[in-house]
Design a protein around this ligand. Structure first.
Ligand code: IMP
Length: 428
């Protein structure tokens, strides 16, 4: 029953979309288990370049099911827009399946996300503003609307009226904004139900059946472990579980079916939004790095914060997920740097910090302790075998392996499917 997970080891944006597209050949399904359209997964292959937010990144392989599991939150408008765009570009979308248990991002969730962020002022989280947090809040409060509810107008109407009456009080009395019209939201919801109906299935059964038939499936993580609601730098996190536990609850997956857990790490660090990032680089150096690497969000266009590889944080995410292998992405971005740094520990309050702190206030005070290594002047860009890497780049990769504590199995040397070094077979 082989399921293989592909999970972000940092703060998201590690390049998971490319990795999934690369690995999806020969698997039966690619499955999203958490998050929503806060994600932006970029896929570049012979069919073109695609920005995917909700549709699983295996969509370009026509025989592969794309499954949106119960742990995902779905904005139907965004999903339909994405499906239409894919169809217009000649990509088949009929193997997409959406869990009837997935929660729906309603218009009031998007509005509340924005109002809450404004109200936080200086301590804003820097959310993507897509309604993710408020949707998970309602799920936990047992007042959410699920995809299956959109298909049943009889029961949807009273549920929606009750919920919206409550939300409108919040919107008007607490935030002083305009209320939403129940009729308009209901009308929209029913239209969404009709559009989504052909795709809605009990996806946990499909996942279980595929695994029972010994078919391989890929679990597509969104965001990253350091943004995990429980294991990330709370409160500067997303509202779901991007790490491996989320894959089990977000799909109805038996943990014993998971054979491999790949941790995707960028060869340096990036972060979008607020919260501590001990290895962040500032000023002109950061501006040049960001521009050269095009580190701007695929979902919001926001400038990403950039910095050196943080091996302490990366080792922590390896332990949280039990990574069996590493996918190292964007190594080519470091081509031409005279030297490269790896953070191997922190110092705070006069002490050495050897493990990633769970106290975010302590993390905010942490200063990185670096190891500096010589850079490489020959390019790694477009390399397809280990032997094409300059010695210093190999040494950098080896040091990351040692510090994170598991082998590098794939190195990505450019955005396209073929700009990849397969160091060790992964999905076997
Ligand atoms: P939310 O998920 O929109 O609530 O945002 C919470 C935090 O997670 C913010 O700091 C976002 O910038 C960050 N975030 C959410 N999704 C992604 C992602 O796909 N990549 C990187 N950061 C993300």
């Amino acid at each position: 029953m082989p399921a293989f997970a592909v999970i972000g080891g940092q703060w998201g944006d590690e390049g998971k979309g490319k990795v999934i597209d690369y690995l999806a050949e020969g698997v039966s399904a690619v499955v999203r288990y958490a998050g929503g359209n806060n994600a932006g997964h970029t896929v570049v292959n012979d069919k073109g370049e695609f920005q995917l937010h909700l549709v699983p990144s295996g969509i370009c392989w026509p025989d592969v099911y794309g499954i949106i599991g119960n742990g995902v939150v779905v904005d139907p408008e965004v999903l339909m827009g994405e499906l239409n765009e894919l169809s217009d570009r000649g990509i088949e979308t009929d193997k997409l399946c959406i869990s009837e248990r997935a929660h729906v991002i309603m218009p009031y969730h998007v509005l509340l996300d924005q109002l809450e962020e404004e109200a936080r002022g200086n301590s804003a989280i820097g959310t993507t503003g897509r309604g993710i947090g408020p949707t998970y809040v309602d799920k936990t409060a047992r007042m959410g609307i699920r995809v299956g509810d959109l298909l049943d107008p009889e029961s949807l109407r009273p549920r929606l009226e009750q919920t919206l009456a409550f939300k409108n009080k919040l919107i008007t009395a607490v935030y002083g904004a305009e209320p939403l019209s129940a009729e308009e939201v209901l009308e929209k919801s029913l239209e969404w139900g009709n559009q989504l109906r052909p795709y809605v299935h009990p996806t946990e059964q499909l996942v279980q059946d595929l695994l029972d038939q010994d078919q391989k499936i890929l679990l597509e993580g969104a965001q990253g472990t350091l943004l995990d609601l429980d294991h990330g730098s709370y409160p500067y996190v997303t509202s779901s579980s991007p790490s491996i536990g989320g894959a089990c609850t977000g799909l109805g997956l038996n943990p014993r079916s998971i054979e491999g857990v790949l941790g995707v790490y960028k060869a340096y660090s990036t972060r979008v939004g607020g919260g501590p990032m001990p290895t962040e680089v500032f000023g002109e150096t950061a501006d040049v790095w960001r521009k050269m690497a095009n580190e701007f969000g695929a979902t919001t266009g926001r400038a990403r914060r950039v910095g050196w590889f943080d091996a302490l944080a990366s080792r922590y995410s390896q332990q949280v997920n039990g990574f069996t292998g590493i996918v190292l992405t964007r190594l080519d971005i470091l081509d031409g740097f005279p030297s490269v740094k790896i953070c191997v520990g922190y110092r705070a309050e006069g002490q050495d910090i050897k493990r990633f702190p769970s106290d975010t206030r302590l993390l905010e005070k942490c200063e990185p302790v670096y190891e500096e290594m010589a850079g490489w002047d020959a390019p790694t860009a477009k390399a397809t075998s280990l032997s094409q890497l300059p010695d210093n780049a190999r040494a950098y990769v080896n040091r990351i392996e040692e510090l994170v504590g598991c082998p590098v199995q794939i190195i990505s040397t450019g955005p396209s499917r073929d700009e990849t070094i397969l160091v060790q077979p992964v999905v076997v």
